[in-house]
Design a protein around this ligand. Structure first.
Ligand code: GLA
Length: 339
């Protein structure tokens, strides 16, 4: 294995690659600390790029739905784009109607990060999110370390520390299609070890209510095709035009929380994390954007590990407050096998 810098674009975006001994290869760019390409072997031993994106690193500067980026300072929606911390109200940028989504106008996905090669199989991307950036308090020093393991997994380790109390909840917005064709994900089989989802209002904001998934269209506790119940007569699914929901994961600590499988390629992806929750998003806002492929409606899915969304406004949810000088850490692993 060897991690190396392979390109620097005219606009200054660096591309790093890591390859393992099985031929699996990942590329990362410093714009948004994004996963640029992720080549996994399919059942016929062909390398398939399973993440969405553009042909060039500069392509990601174009308007796009957070393709494979690190999302922060807070992932998902913050209702009313405000929160109160230590008795003070903070107003965030409204980039989703009346709400704040995925870090605001210029979130972590659209900032330049500084890369550092760590050993043969890791690349660490870091940046300083300044006090007041997008309305958030405190200078937050943040990093994500991507590691490609010998057993075909991509590990993401997040770290952050702030010089004031703040809120922080990081994720990666990778768009997957395990066929690499990005035609549809409705035939992908998904399992999610979660008995509850957070109920959302018509603006997709959770307010504290949880719903049992058992026996409903939201239930992935037994693997089923994404498309099986995606047209169910459920108000939340109609509003979201598919799945775009936060699952409250079983168990705690690092554990396997979800799988996705495509019979066509034989590729199975398993998601491990230490987070409490995961957003299943089925690309309901995709509408034909052209990049490496043309990304139509429901041609990709995301499994965004996270804390409870909108927790800064919902006392019943586990807090997303990051206290001054306290270390935030989060771990996620996407592992690939042939089945
Ligand atoms: C997240 C949200 C979706 C959508 C996408 C980006 O997954 O939950 O509603 O905003 O990001 O298009």
């Amino acid at each position: 294995m060897k991690a190396e810098l392979i390109n620097k674009s005219a606009s200054g975006i660096e591309t790093y690659t890591i390859e393992n001994d099985n031929g699996m290869r990942a590329e990362f760019i410093t714009f948004g600390a994004r996963i640029f390409k992720l080549f996994v072997k399919d059942k016929n031993d062909n390398l398939v790029d399973v993440v969405a994106g553009f042909d060039t690193p500069d392509g990601f500067r174009e308007e796009n739905p957070y393709f494979n980026a690190v999302i922060g300072r807070v992932g998902n929606r913050i209702g009313g784009a405000k929160f109160t911390l230590d008795g003070k109200e903070y107003n965030l940028y409204k980039n989703d109607g009346n709400n704040h989504l995925h870090g605001g106008k210029v979130g972590f996905d659209s900032r330049m990060w500084t890369a550092q090669i760590l050993g043969d199989d890791s690349v660490k991307m870091s940046r300083l999110s300044q006090d007041g950036e997008e309305g958030y308090p405190g200078n937050l020093q943040v990093s994500v370390t991507y590691t490609l393991t010998p057993d075909n997994a991509l590990e993401l380790k997040y770290e952050a520390v702030c010089d004031q109390d703040t809120i922080c909840s990081l994720t990666n917005h990778a768009y997957f299609n395990l066929d690499g064709t990005f035609e549809t994900v409705l035939d992908h089989e998904v399992f999610i070890g979660a008995d509850k989802v957070t109920v959302v209002d018509d603006e997709l904001i959770p307010h504290g209510e949880l719903k049992d998934v058992k026996g409903t269209a939201f239930d992935f506790t037994t693997a089923k095709k994404i498309g099986k119940d995606i047209k169910a007569d459920e108000h939340m699914i109609e509003i979201a035009r598919g799945y775009d929901f936060n699952y409250v994961l079983r168990g705690e600590g690092v554990r396997k929380v979800a799988t996705a499988y495509s019979q066509n390629s034989g590729i199975e992806m398993s998601v491990y994390t230490d987070r409490k929750c995961m957003q299943l998003y089925t690309g309901n806002f995709l509408g034909g954007l052209k990049g490496k492929k043309t990304y139509g409606y429901q041609s990709a899915f995301c499994m965004e590990t996270q804390g409870y969304p909108n927790a800064c406004n919902v006392p019943e949810f586990d807090s997303m407050t990051l206290e001054k000088d306290t270390k935030y850490t989060a771990y996620t692993k996407y592992a690939f096998d042939i089945k």
